[in-house]
Design a protein around this ligand. Structure first.
Ligand code: FAD
Length: 377
């Protein structure tokens, strides 16, 4: 690594949280180096997100404004019954695509600061610096080590070995399909709306997001759906998380890896329980994916020169719509705290932690309360 006079942040994880940290810290003059385990770009994965103020604030701070046509607006929320009838409530909002936000962040950062295919293993720190060690054998020194390595964080494992996310007893089956693939009845129901179908112990929701290339033109966008259903720990959950190659995943199953038996039981359940226009979305999706719903609260975010941010620090249920917004808010607040305390790193970090801990805790608990309302118990 080249030597530099600027303070350096070593960032573990090149997903949204890591990239938000990188662009915000670079804006205040830091040298940033992002280390991502995946050798490939992550842009072909992910579904939709509700655009949260935290996301746009962090993008603006880092001069990475997304422009006016970043998302797809919806006007109403509709609450659909099994027979297809719907109640309508005016509630405008904007939906974006995970891959569109990821690409915007990557574009803003440039490729030189991102090291793909580097798996973080461990760290050491003293009063002057922190050193990160990677599976490749490389070691990197810096002023700060930022754990943006997600819910199964390796960095957190070292800092807080007894703290792990807790499975909430249900999962989100998800899918994304081109709007051209929608049936007539789906298209008629789902234009300009954010749709829900609630039922005993399950909830289905769907909304429109930009196309894979970011287009928000009619006919080129995509329809995103999410179906929360209970699934107890044990054989059924293990079977769901076993992919086409026999590998059992820990908390999510990416698109293209769900086994045919699982896809068949998903489409059968959709025909039995969902309104026909919503069931059509599930049956038309060739590569559904799964994410387990988890809760996690870290007792701290600062450990000397080492930090936990985003989903490594707090996992909030997706009902809050806040995963990306929370990661962006952590990153923006960190850059602002360090910017106003340039001569005293530890004071800046303490201010950041004092601000973010209570807010993140509240969000996780709000997600638990929403989950109880939606799923029962
Ligand atoms: C591919 C992908 C798709 C997603 N799609 C959606 C979506 O459609 N909708 C939604 O609401 N949320 C989605 N999420 C979750 C959402 O991005 C997060 O809730 C939020 O942005 C905050 O996450 P994060 O960046 O802190 O952690 P994450 O997004 O979980 O990212 C953690 C990153 O760290 C990397 N990593 C883990 N361990 C190591 C290690 N030891 N060394 C180096 N790197 C490591 C992982 O490969 C990953 O890229 C997705 C996450 C990913 C990774």
């Amino acid at each position: 690594m080249p030597s530099t006079q600027r303070p350096r942040a070593i960032i573990i994880g090149g997903s949204l949280g890591g990239l938000f940290n990188a662009i915000c810290l670079r804006k205040i003059g830091w040298d940033v180096q992002v280390f991502e385990r995946s050798p490939q770009e992550l842009d072909s994965r992910g579904g939709g997100l509700v655009l949260q103020p935290g996301v746009t604030e962090a993008l603006h701070f880092a001069d990475a404004s997304p422009g006016d046509d970043f998302g797809v607006p919806s006007r109403d929320r509709i609450f659909v019954e099994r027979d297809g009838t719907a109640r309508r409530v005016y509630m405008p909002q904007t939906q974006i695509a995970w891959n569109g936000l990821y690409l915007r962040l990557r574009q803003a950062l440039g490729s030189a600061a991102v090291h793909s295919g580097e798996t973080f293993g461990s760290f050491t720190q003293d009063e002057e610096q922190v050193t990160a060690h990677f599976a490749s054998g490389e070691s990197v020194q810096g002023d700060l080590l930022i754990g943006a390595d997600g819910p199964a964080s390796t960095l957190r494992e070292q800092l807080l070995p007894h703290h792990r996310p807790h499975y909430a007893g249900y999962a989100a089956w998800r899918g994304v399909l081109p709007e051209q693939a929608l049936s007539q009845r789906s298209e008629a129901l789902l234009q300009n709306v954010f749709a829900f179908q609630d039922g005993p112990h399950h909830q289905f929701l769907s909304y429109r997001i930009p196309g894979e290339d970011g287009s928000v033109r009619a006919g080129e966008r995509r329809q995103n759906w999410v179906w929360y259903q209970k699934i107890a720990k044990g054989n059924a959950l293990d079977a769901l998380l076993r992919d086409r190659n026999g590998h059992v995943h820990s908390h999510s199953l990416p698109p293209g890896s769900m086994r045919d038996e699982e896809i068949l039981s998903l489409t059968t359940a959709a025909r039995e329980s969902l309104a026909p226009a919503l069931a059509d979305l599930v049956t038309a999706t060739p590569d559904p994916f799964v994410q387990l719903i988890q809760d996690f609260e870290s007792p701290n975010m600062v450990f000397g020169r080492v930090l936990l941010t985003g989903d490594a620090a707090f996992v909030a249920r997706p009902h809050t719509g806040a995963g990306a917004g929370k990661a962006a808010a952590d990153a923006l607040a960190l850059a602002q705290a360090l910017q106003v305390n340039p001569a005293d790193l530890h004071r800046g970090l303490a201010l950041w932690e004092n601000a973010r801990l209570p807010e993140n805790r509240q969000l996780v608990r709000y997600g638990v309360a929403l989950g109880r309302q939606i799923m029962g118990s």
